[in-house]
Structure formats: structure tokens, C-alpha cells
Ligand binder design. Structure first.
Ligand SMILES: *Cc1c(COP(=O)(O)O)cnc(C)c1O
Length: 411
């Protein structure tokens, strides 16, 4: 954990600066060809944020198409089981397409229309961002190409089929580890030769400026609603707010509206995988080093030679060797603490939620739930622990069956 010292910068919500810096992190490290596209995106985004009709259209979509606001839910039986504080969930799993990703893809699809571009590209690992992008593109009639590692295509067949049903083209990526980080490289390569006609909808708070800011802003609907719902329901703010961290978009959206509420503890939970050795986890903030990945300066999991390392997590959506620069900034300022949950702890949390609440959480979200259960057990009953339930777990049932040696889903 980063300790606050006199040299530690004070946290502020007024980030990033004009160069896309969050403290010393963030920025833009890309080839010249992309600079123009990123400048154009920055200008269009700033114009959109000043345009009331943009907000009105996005708000209406979030209400009628996504189903927002998502509820705040008291997990009574789970809380009783843990024997301490009250555990509450922000139900992003109830959104259309089953996760928080749609909040961002709809916002960026609207920006694509404003820029007059007919084509969208995206990367996806587990397939969740690919599905949310294909959905937004089908809704608006945009052409959609999704880059996906060959290995991930094999592991996530139902999501691949879903994207195709909605008219998207899924392009297999056969380079490197054939997973998410290679898919991002391919999407960036496509963009360099297609910027005139194409917008790249990046799926998390990573990549070059202005993506970390844009994706955060579109996801802050999670934290804004949560804050409002807590004030209405409890007449006060929660004691602890938690979220899982892959690239960091659901956590950034959940935490950002609470950043200046210093009495609220904020805790992000990374994928601890099956051990602490490089390659066995995806806990970038805990074990990474400063470095540049996908056009941004943040923490990166890398070996002694500075090579980006392989990562592992039971949840495909947390399987990324980088993390958003705002999280590195929040860690360095001490405003947010970052922990990890192991594969085994997350699988146990999945079981607990299924058994005690009748909710199957995504394995990604299960990481935050595992640590929330631990904290709740140590706190008095009047405390409120609020967790972002980032997505639903139907997509993970087959993998859980496989891990248990249950063949009923693989007949
Ligand atoms: C993609 C995904 C994540 C991880 O991405 P972040 O950008 O860290 O939010 C977490 N939960 C679910 C359900 C996801 O689909």
C-alpha cells in the first residue's frame, strides 16, 4: 500500500489536465497518425459535454434502452451470514447486456455519430465489451468490427455468436498471446489506417488521452446514482465503497463521485489469481511497475527486461497486464486502497451470492464481493458497505462447471 508522505500529491477530482495527466500518470504515447484522431475526439467530446441535447439523448437511452437507474439492493441474507455490517449492491448486472460496459459504448457511439464516422472498431477479451459495442452499433446502424484474440474466441464462443447475430464482424487476432492485449494492438493498427472513417471505442479507462477521461465520465453514472440513492435511503453516504479492477472502468465510475467525500473509504479489488508470482495473477497496482502500455503511462505487469508479462485470472474480464492511470494516481495519493482477491476466494463469493441471495454475479464482480464479505464481518451492523455488482454471471456458468468437473454443460 502506498503511504501518504509530505511528498505525496493531494488528491483532486480536477484531473486529468489538458495533456491527459493524472498526477504523473496518463498522457499520450502514440504514433503521429493517431494524434489527429485523438485531438478530434477530445474536441468533439468537449463540445458534446457543453451541448444539452447530447446529455438529453444519452440520458434517454440510459433510461429506455439500458434500464437505468440500476437499483441499490440490500443483500440481507449475505450480510447476516457474514455477521457484521450491511452489504449493499449497485446492480449494474441488471443493465441491458448484463454489465456496466453499455454505459460507455452508448456514449462513445453517440460521439461517433457526432463526428460523422460510419464505422466503429473495438477490442474485446472476455467478449463483454465486444457485445456492448455490437449492441450500440446495431442500435444506431453503425458498421462494427471487433478484434478478439484467437484464444479468447475459443473460450468465449457464446459472446462471439451474440456479436455476429447483431451484425458485427469478429476478427481473430493470431499474434502474441492471442488475448486482450494483442487485440488492443490490432485495433490500434486498424485505426491508424482508418481514422478518417472510423472511431475506436475503447472499453476501459486505459489507452491514450482522452480515453481514460471519456470512459470514466460515461461510467460515473454508476457512482452518481449510487451517491444519490444512498442519500435518499440512508440520509447519509456509505462507509465503504468497493469495486473490482481490471482496466478499472466500473471502479472509476463508482469511485469518482465519492473522491472528495474523504470520510468514504474506497477500495478497489484486483485479480489475485492463483499466486503472487508473475504470470499467476493480474494485480497490476499491487505488483506492477511504472511503464507505458497501449499509449498511456501507468503501472504495468512486466518482467526484469521490461517485457509485458502474461497474466492469469479465473475471470476473463480482469485478465489485463495494465490499469487505468487514474487508479495509479489514486493509489499514489492514498485516496483509494487496492487489494486483491484470489481465484478461490472469488469462486467462494460467487457461490455465497448464488446460494444466499439468488444472484449469480460475474466472476469479475465476485472479486469485490469476496473482500466486501471480509470487511463486513469486521464492522458494526450500522455500517454500510456498498459494492459495485458490475455484471451478471450467466456467462461464467460453463467455466465454473468445467472447474468443478461437472460435464452437464459440455455434453
Ligand atoms: C469487463 C468487466 C470488468 C472489468 O473491466 P473494468 O474496466 O475494470 O470495469 C468487470 N466486471 C465485468 C462484469 C466486466 O464485464
Amino acid at each position: 500500500m502506498t503511504k501518504a508522505t509530505s511528498a505525496t500529491p493531494q488528491v483532486t477530482a480536477q484531473v486529468p489536465d489538458a495533456a491527459g495527466r493524472f498526477g504523473r500518470f496518463g498522457g499520450r504515447f502514440v504514433p503521429e497518425t493517431l494524434t489527429r484522431a485523438l485531438d478530434q475526439l477530445t474536441a468533439e467530446y468537449e463540445a458534446a459535454t457543453r451541448d444539452p441535447s447530447f446529455h438529453a439523448e444519452l440520458d434517454q437511452l440510459l433510461r429506455d434502452f439500458v434500464g437505468r437507474p440500476s437499483p441499490l439492493y440490500h443483500a440481507r441474507r449475505l450480510s447476516r451470514q457474514c455477521g457484521g455490517a450491511q452489504i449493499w449492491f449497485k446492480r449494474e448486472d441488471l443493465n441491458h447486456t448484463g454489465a456496466h460496459k453499455i454505459n460507455n459504448t452508448l456514449g462513445q457511439a453517440l460521439l461517433t455519430l457526432r463526428m460523422g464516422k460510419p464505422r466503429v472498431i473495438a477490442e474485446t477479451g472476455a467478449g463483454q465489451h465486444g457485445v456492448a459495442t455490437a449492441t450500440a452499433c446495431a442500435h444506431f446502424g453503425l458498421q462494427c468490427v471487433v478484434y478478439m484474440g484467437e484464444e479468447d474466441i475459443r473460450r468465449q464462443a457464446p459472446n462471439v455468436f451474440n456479436m455476429k447475430l447483431q451484425g458485427a464482424e469478429v476478427r481473430p487476432v493470431t499474434t502474441g498471446s492471442r488475448t486482450l492485449r494483442d487485440a488492443i494492438n490490432e485495433a490500434m493498427r486498424d485505426w491508424m489506417s482508418s481514422v478518417e472513417t472510423t472511431h475506436y471505442i475503447l472499453g476501459s479507462v486505459v489507452g491514450p488521452h482522452p480515453f481514460p477521461r471519456i470512459v470514466r465520465d460515461f461510467q460515473t453514472v454508476i457512482g452518481r446514482e449510487s451517491r444519490q440513492q444512498c442519500l435518499e435511503r440512508f440520509s447519509r453516504l456509505p462507509d465503504v465503497v468497493m469495486a473490482c479492477v481490471g482496466g478499472g472502468s466500473n471502479a472509476a465510475g463508482m469511485f469518482y463521485p465519492f473522491i472528495e467525500d474523504t470520510a468514504v473509504e474506497l477500495i478497489g479489488v484486483e485479480a489475485g489469481g492463483r499466486g503472487q508470482r508473475l504470470g499467476e495473477h493480474a494485480a497490476t497496482l499491487l505488483f506492477g511497475q511504472p511503464g507505458v502500455l497501449h499509449g498511456s503511462f501507468s503501472y504495468v505487469l512486466q518482467d526484469e527486461d521490461g517485457q509485458t508479462s502474461d497474466v492469469h485470472s479465473v475471470s476473463a474480464g480482469l485478465d489485463y497486464p495494465g490499469v487505468g492511470p487514474e487508479h495509479t494516481y489514486w493509489q499514489e495519493t492514498g485516496r483509494v486502497r487496492y487489494w486483491s482477491a484470489s481465484d478461490a476466494e472469488s469462486l467462494q463469493a460467487f457461490d455465497a451470492l448464488a446460494r444466499y441471495e439468488g444472484i449469480m454475479p460475474a466472476l469479475e464482480s465476485s472479486h469485490a464481493i469476496a473482500k466486501a464479505m471480509e470487511i463486513a464481518a469486521q464492522r458494526p451492523p450500522d455500517q454500510i458497505v456498498l459494492v459495485c455488482l458490475s455484471g451478471r454471471g450467466d456467462k461464467d456458468a460453463a467455466e465454473i462447471a468445467r472447474l468443478r468437473g461437472d460435464t452437464s454443460l459440455h455434453a
